[in-house]
Design a binder for this molecule. Structure first.
Ligand code: HEM
Length: 261
């Protein structure tokens, strides 16, 4: 069948979205950025275990969004912290849902990040050329634990108070610098208003300021190097994928880091 022809002088105009994208592409090169991030070949052996990093990223984003809503009502002082959490739970519309998501999201993130790390270990994905991706990951793991530790005190109930007393005492047993760490964490000899202020500052300012650029760096390296293949089947397939240019932005690592059979 003959292809349909546009009548002379009546070519279809690009849609509004196409024109917006064209205009952004002209100015910012958004199409090539999208292609570098999304249009990549990946090894055939990639499977469901490889989704754990993205699942961690999803829960992290959820924690950021729900955390912003909680911070709009939470008051970090010993006189008001407990009551402000009760207010969120009983008075604020969807407060229970948002707090529940943040509470369970924290545990889910720890489980997912550990599972993601185990997948990386089992599949040997920490080897050349991904050593720095791994190193950034180790710091991400520590920061994730830091969020859990500092967040646990914020409801300022009995459980939170005594868990933090025990946790900070444990930090105090570190040889040589233990006493210093204890004072920095507590802001004094015992838990009090300064401890709560510090844990809140760590939880909503310091740790996010560290984790956001580090997640960015981690993802940049994942995109830059390309995803690894499963070790038992993937060596040749990864080599082929590399030749097709899946490593993305520029340059191909010389070795794959995947053990040969
Ligand atoms: C906030 C925490 C983290 C986030 C959001 C995150 C995110 C991701 C994502 C989206 C990927 C690509 C998909 C995948 O392989 O699952 C990835 C890959 C990777 N991650 Fe993470 N990750 C985190 C923590 C960690 C930790 C704790 C480690 C190890 C100590 C780690 C080591 C790696 C390595 C080596 C890769 C490359 C894997 C490959 O090429 O096969 N990551 N990460």
């Amino acid at each position: 069948m003959q292809p349909m022809r546009e009548p002379f002088g009546q070519q279809t105009r690009p849609s509004i979205s196409e024109r917006v994208i064209d205009s952004l592409d002209e100015r910012l090169g958004v199409r090539s950025i999208w292609a570098a991030l999304m249009d990549r070949h990946i090894p055939r052996s990639v499977n469901w275990w490889y989704t754990l990093g993205s699942a961690t990223l999803f829960v992290f984003t959820l924690q950021v969004v729900t955390g912003i809503f909680l911070a709009a009502y939470y008051v970090p002082s010993p006189d008001h912290a407990y009551d402000s959490v009760q207010y969120i739970m009983n008075e604020v519309i969807f407060g229970q849902v948002v707090r529940g998501l943040h509470h369970w999201g924290a545990s889910a993130m720890v489980v997912l990040v550990v599972a993601h790390m185990l997948r990386v270990i089992v599949m040997g994905a920490y080897k050349y050329p991904r050593e720095f991706t791994w190193t950034a990951g180790v710091f991400l793991l520590l920061l994730t634990f830091g969020f859990g530790f500092t967040g646990y005190l914020l409801p300022w109930d009995e459980k939170a108070y005594w868990a933090t007393t025990v946790g900070t005492n444990m930090a105090g047993t570190v040889p040589v610098v233990g006493g210093f760490i204890l004072r920095v964490l507590r802001g004094g000899a015992d838990l009090g208003a300064v401890t709560l202020a510090r844990f809140f500052a760590f939880h909503v300012l310091l740790l996010p300021a560290l984790i956001v650029p580090l997640v960015g760096l981690h993802l940049f390296m994942v995109v830059r190097i390309g995803i690894s293949g499963a070790p038992d089947r993937a060596y040749e397939r990864e080599q082929q994928a590399r030749q097709r240019g899946y490593s993305g932005i520029s340059g191909l690592p010389k070795r794959s880091g995947i053990p040969k059979r």
